[in-house]
Design a protein around this ligand. Sequence first.
Ligand code: ZN
Length: 286
Amino acid sequence: MQILKQHSDHFWYMTPVAETDRPILGAVVGDTHTLMIDAGNSEAHTNLFLDALAGQGIKRPTLVALTHWHWDHIFGLSALTDTVSIASTATKAGIERLLPYSWDDVALAERVEDGREIAFCAEAIQLEYGEDRSMRVVLPTVTFEDTLTLDLGGVHVLLKHVGGDHAADAVVAYVPEGKVLFLGDALYANLYAPSWRMTPGQTLRLLDVLDQFDAEAYVWSHGQVVTRPEYEKDRDVLRSLARITLDFPGNKELITAQYEHLTERKVDEEEEELISFFVNGSNGEA
Ligand SMILES: [Zn+2]
């Protein structure tokens, strides 16, 4: 079940759903405006969030910021008719590519076949929507290139285009009051590839960019809101694996051996998966 949680005076969020790929939705609550972060994967998702906010007496969002163009973060936009939507120009371009698409099973299967869609998303869309595929792709109203600062009244949000393997248009949202960094999907692997992958170069660059934010809480859109020490643990694993991958590109055995040597223990399941992403992202295989 999805729950609306209060993280601080200014930041609320609703927990994600793995099966239907519903990401965390955030609300940054200021004196003059409420900003919603990500629009949801369907009108049902969005409305569930809006109702939960209303239930807590929180002002309805007048602004919504998108973290990237992927369907599960934007399909709810059509339910936000009186909300000004904000996205990077790259995200808007990504959404524009979706405009001509149909979302019935045949069209989805065709796009999975030719690589424009991935099976994982097609299945989640089928689960979220059932037979009714009346979703309408809506373009964002306000766009920015690199950064945009919003003053919500006593609380601010910095939107920054950071890119990365998961989505070249990825934007993070930073709330200095409360030190929350909304990561979106930025640090996840590239799923729109023949095999899920991460490149050491993009990973190291992105981790350095994220290190510039003075944050105490980090929001992984398809995971949890974690503390800084928890984030740093995951960050250090990623950074270490990325660096080792540069020395042994595409070589699973050597990357694993070197990592186990450095950590003086066996890799766990999560690390094993990350190593496979780095192998896929560094050996040039199709
Ligand atoms: Zn995504």
